[in-house]
Write a protein that binds this ligand. Structure first.
Ligand SMILES: NC(=O)c1ccc[n+]([C@@H]2O[C@H](COP(=O)([O-])OP(=O)(O)OC[C@H]3O[C@@H](n4cnc5c(N)ncnc54)[C@H](O)[C@@H]3O)[C@@H](O)[C@H]2O)c1
Length: 302
């Protein structure tokens, strides 16, 4: 298949580009190369690269017309940045999603939109959100991702154009920006600096290795059944304190310290991905310790 992958120069997009190429697809990456994206993330990877903004409707339409499938991953992604200035998040994550959605609708091209567990807000300790549960986003980033999903649902109702949505949990792995928790902790650990966790470190996240996410995306691309919303989770729930402590242990014993909590911190995220796993025949393969060890080795080599 000919695939247009937006955000393919970012952390997860560059893993998905590799996976889709391995599966025999021809991949065009459309990416604005913000601070989070880099051509180096695609070094040695045989994609057609187009530098461009997903809010640029004519450029997006021209590229969409030339493919069979669009995987939309371009986004502003860092929650702390969204708390400081939500404007780029609303622009890229809502208007950019609308531009991509309309281009796919007009060209009758299939769209897979990548979203997040954060659209549901905090999950109670015994809850894992189902595909059709209502949204309750708790920070500016999350509300823009929820809004994009809202556009998809309303476009289906009003225009009969139906896109797929993939929601996933916290990813970690190679090429992640060091502003994100795990990449930042690993970097600090190998430098022998203390690892900072917000508040008491009790926030729970579900940790998925990015290569497992990319394999899941490959399965979603290949899927041609009736499911429209997919959950890719790890069922590997750890508090931030547990995660930072494990990284410190695996890397030789850096200190872990609690710092001021950030506003809008959700206590726990959780997705029920049982139905998706059955439908697409997927499950994660990389254990947390293996994934973290690989990152620590890579960070030591840099
Ligand atoms: N990282 C996670 O743990 C996680 C979890 C759930 C969902 N997601 C979603 O997965 C997707 C990828 O996340 P990531 O962590 O790889 O993000 P990232 O920040 O590493 O990469 C985002 C990419 O999008 C590009 N981009 C940003 N604005 C753009 C614009 N206006 N036009 C074109 N390109 C633009 C950037 O240059 C970058 O290459 C996002 O949609 C995100 O919401 C991420």
């Amino acid at each position: 298949m000919r695939v247009l992958l937006t955000g393919g120069a970012g952390f997860m997009g560059s893993a998905v580009a590799r996976q889709l190429l391995e599966e025999g697809h021809a991949v065009t990456v459309l990416d604005a190369l913000t601070y989070a994206g880099s051509r180096a993330h695609l070094s040695g990877v045989n994609v057609d690269f187009v530098e461009g903004d997903v809010c640029d409707a004519s450029r997006v339409a021209a590229r969409v017309a030339a493919v069979d499938l669009v995987v939309h991953m371009a986004a502003e992604t860092h929650v702390e940045r969204s708390l400081q200035d939500a404007a780029p998040f609303v622009r890229t994550n809502v208007e950019g999603a609308r531009v991509v959605l309309d281009a796919c609708r007009h060209a009758s091209v299939r769209l897979i939109h990548v979203s997040t567990d954060e659209v549901f807000g905090a999950a109670a300790p015994d809850v894992a959100f189902q595909e059709e549960d209502p949204h309750a986003p708790g920070n500016p980033y999350a509300v823009t991702k929820s809004a994009a999903e809202g556009l998809i649902r309303v476009w289906e109702r009003c225009y009969g154009y139906s896109a797929s949505i993939v929601r996933c949990v916290n990813n970690y792995g190679a090429r992640q920006h060091e502003e994100k928790a795990v990449a930042g902790w690993v970097r600090r650990a190998v430098l022998g600096h203390p690892l900072n966790v917000h508040g008491a470190g009790g926030a729970v996240r579900d940790w998925l290795h990015v290569e497992d996410f990319a394999r899941g995306m490959g399965r979603v691309v290949a899927y041609n059944g009736p499911r429209k919303v997919f959950h890719l989770a790890a069922q590997c729930h750890r508090t931030n304190l547990e995660m930072a402590t494990r990284i410190a242990e695996l890397s030789g014993g850096a200190a872990v310290r609690c710092v001021e909590d950030r506003p809008g911190q959700d206590a726990r995220y959780a997705l029920d991905d049982a139905a998706t796993r059955v439908d697409i025949g997927w499950q994660p393969q990389v254990s947390l310790d293996d994934g973290l060890r690989r990152l620590i080795v890579e960070a030591r080599l840099r």
